[in-house]
Write a new protein. Structure first.
Length: 147
């Protein structure tokens, strides 16, 4: 009976440890969340009309996220076309279809609004060159000197 109890306790302990490790790893590897936190903390400059060959295009499904280099065209503050950068330097158009037609993909604070695809995948464009520089920290005062 002691062996069964010990074995059962060991299995539960390993399963609990594994569950915590997987959760932590998922949060740490979610590139979208990392970038979104940076945009939220620093803010971003306004994105004007034009072609931006230095963006990140994120694809999210549940807690998983994939981030790719890409290029987009912005007109009147809205993303009108998206392209993924290939390893050879060429670009391929993003062919995913939006679940909701005629909803503009607006750019706010350096990030596009979320596009929901027919497969329920979430797509965002991140204008990483528009992130404001990190603010300088406060200078610490010296400790008192008893000389």
């Amino acid at each position: 009976m002691k062996r069964i109890f010990t074995l059962f306790s060991l299995i539960i302990g390993v399963a609990a440890l594994n569950a915590q490790t997987v959760k932590k790893t998922d949060d740490e590897s979610n590139c979208y969340l990392k970038w979104a936190q940076k945009f939220e903390s620093r803010g971003a400059e306004e994105v004007s009309d034009g072609v931006y060959p230095d963006v990140i295009i994120t694809f999210r499904n549940g807690g998983d996220a994939e981030c790719y280099n890409g290029k987009v065209e912005v007109k009147e503050g809205k993303v009108i076309s998206m392209f993924l950068k290939m390893e050879d330097g060429s670009y391929e158009v993003v062919k995913k279809k939006s679940k909701y037609d005629n909803i503009p993909v607006k750019v706010t604070n350096g990030m596009s609004s979320t596009v929901v695809t027919k497969e329920d995948e979430l797509i965002n464009v991140l204008f990483i060159k528009k992130i404001k520089p990190k603010k300088a920290g406060f200078e610490k005062a010296p400790d008192p000197n008893d000389d």
